[in-house]
Design a protein. Structure first.
Length: 325
């Protein structure tokens, strides 16, 4: 494995998971969906059909952005058809990626009109887990809460290259929930060398059109997000992201200013990552969190192919986390 952090590898048998059996806190991650929305809707549908079938064992579903490839209405319709299978069964949140913004997904600005039309604020604000949004009526920056495994959780889903004003808002939300364990979900944060995205890396948020769009405010990469938000709060325990190609994986455990350990993961299976087929072949991430023992077991599974990826970067355990303090 690439990372120098201490990670214990886990070999798990391939088995079907039943809604009737309660597992440790289970979270499912859905990295970049863009190729499925554009050319493989059957794969997109297979993922959410599987999640819906496992509904009773899943606490929350987080999607890491690039829902579409070209911000086209036809692709948003595919995404809505797939994601709507989860409505009323399991709470979920979707991040906005660079391909979801601007004309044909070119990210010239923060135009998210299609995202907000197809995944409207009025719908999600009525769900029981919804907490609030940075901008009334817009879903790019939102927060949710849920309780499971004896822990109160706060999920913050943040825009691509979050502005300073968004990070300040996120901090205020965290301040208002000091007894919650916090999960940050965003599109671009961790790089494939197990470091925060920063100078010298490819695909930095500031290199896109939004980085030059002065009226929208500043754009923050992974290093800046850590310095301005994530490293400052003792109750942040997870950060999830996608976006980066190369081998499409990253994992880093960092210590915040309060001595807390933050587990940060990047996963991306889309076309352009090493070994990708069918735009990613439907792989998603299953996280089983043991809140008593302070560890999380990670598996990468494709409902479409019916297989797990067992390489060390796709199946592992991270220990030494604190879910109780």
């Amino acid at each position: 494995m690439k990372s120098a952090i201490k990670i214990l590898f886990l070999c798990l048998a391939v088995s079907e998971m039943s809604c009737a059996v309660q597992k440790p806190v289970r979270i499912v991650l859905m990295p970049d969906m863009q190729n499925y929305a554009e050319t493989h809707p059957d794969i997109f549908n297979s993922q959410t059909e599987w999640i819906a079938a496992q509904c009773d064992s899943i606490a929350f579903v987080l999607q890491q952005g690039d829902i579409t490839n070209r911000n086209a209405e036809s692709q948003w319709k595919v995404a809505v058809e797939a994601m709507s299978r989860l409505d009323g069964k399991v709470p979920y949140v979707m991040a906005v990626g660079n391909h979801d913004l601007g004309l044909k997904g070119r990210t010239k600005n923060r135009d998210s009109e299609l995202f907000n039309r197809y995944f409207p604020y009025d719908k999600y604000a009525r769900t029981k887990n919804f907490g609030g949004a940075f901008e009334l009526g817009k879903m790019e920056n939102v927060w949710y809460t849920f309780r499971t495994g004896g822990v109160k959780w706060l999920v913050l889903s943040l825009e691509f290259g979050p502005r300073d004003s968004v990070l300040a808002w996120a901090g205020a939300v965290i301040d208002a929930h000091p007894r919650h364990k916090v999960i940050i979900n965003t599109h671009a944060y961790l790089y494939s060398d197990d470091t925060h995205m920063g100078p010298g890396d490819k695909w930095l948020p500031e290199s896109y059109g939004i980085g030059k769009d002065k009226p929208s405010g500043s754009v923050n990469n992974g290093e800046q997000m850590w310095d301005k938000l994530i490293g400052l709060y003792s109750n942040i325990v997870f950060v999830f992201s996608g976006h980066v190609l190369n081998d499409g994986t990253g994992c880093l455990v960092s210590e915040g200013v309060h001595g807390n350990r933050v587990c940060q993961m990047m996963a991306n299976y889309q076309t352009g990552t090493v070994g990708s087929v069918n735009g990613g072949n439907g792989f998603l991430r299953i996280l089983d969190i043991d809140t008593e023992r302070g560890k999380v077991a990670v598996r990468s599974y494709s409902p479409y192919a019916g297989t797990f990826r067992t390489e060390p970067d796709h199946q592992f355990v991270v220990e030494g986390l604190d879910f109780k303090r």
